[in-house]
Write a protein that binds this ligand. Sequence first.
Ligand SMILES: [Zn+2]
Length: 381
Amino acid sequence: MERSFIISQGESRPKSKIFYSKWKRGSRQLIHMIALLILVGQLYRVTCDQTYLLRSLDYVKRTLRNLNGRRVTFLCGDAGPLAVGAVVYHKLKSDCESQECITKLLQLQKTIVCRDSDLPDELLYGRAGYLYALLYLNTEIGPGTVCESAIKEVVNAIIESGKTLSREERKAERCPLLYQWHRKQYVGAAHGMAGIYYMLMQPAAKVDQETLTEMVKPSIDYVRHKRFRSGNYPSSLSNETDRLVHWCHGAPGVIHMLTQAYKVFKEEKYLKEAMECSDVIWQRGLLRKGYGICHGTAGNGYSFLSLYHLTQDKKYLYRACKFAEWCLEYGAHGCRIPDRPYSLFEGMAGAIHFLSDILVPETSRFPAFELAPSQRDKKMQ
Ligand SMILES: [Zn+2]
């Protein structure tokens, strides 16, 4: 398909950004350190250069001193440094320190599963973000690092929360698992249902087949029916404006849900719509908002890599490479400077993460979201 480079204008100011700006300085500092930690870990992964592992250790120590107990997710809270810390210590054969991180991570679980808490379920600040931390440990260190019962408890809390809202909104028939963040039923990967369903479909989450078929699948199909004629997806169920083509809002996030649904349910419609998402991203996915991964070109590039993993079709690798080329000309396109220009999700660290993944596209993964393939998937490849 002809590449037209229509540049998405995007929302004037996303809700998440307003939310970020209210954070206390300590929280911002912690997120900044988590970003560095993830990036340095990534550079170690793609280069196998021990210097990066040792530098990771330095960041782990500094980050662990700054835990504040305010948030619980991988990306924005204490779970990230504890999970990455456990992996770094494990790689350095410091098993005691690694176990200490895991124990502290599991101590957060009480807050996660508490029925009365107002904790959301989405990825950035909610239960799905904590679930990612547990699954990350089991894929990076090995199955059983976090016991199945702990994972099940978190999965159940997410399922129960979705069922409750679905009943309240009288959507139990059409969308058995319904979620909201700040009273809005978001669709995308960061704050919405696509990110939550994606996490529930991970093999490491071990959600039983009946729940997947009876609860998750119809909910995915409900969201699918909200897609625009262009093939893009709305930012929330009530939004009818086909404007945003971001990982956080729109096709670049939903595509991950669709590719995972294809792997789990083996129905062609999911693959077909994922490919249509890819076409939308190819046409409209070079963003004026910048080069980051949340609402930037690098994040949109990851959607092609995800489809490349699934199909092995070089067309998607080509598309990812063209988006990487765009990111290499960093600052040359008149893009807006993000509020946090060096951050992982909005700024340069995310673009570097994407570019380093382009070096080894077969093993690429969107940070704090995609997991390493399971042993079974690896054997199938
Ligand atoms: Zn975003």
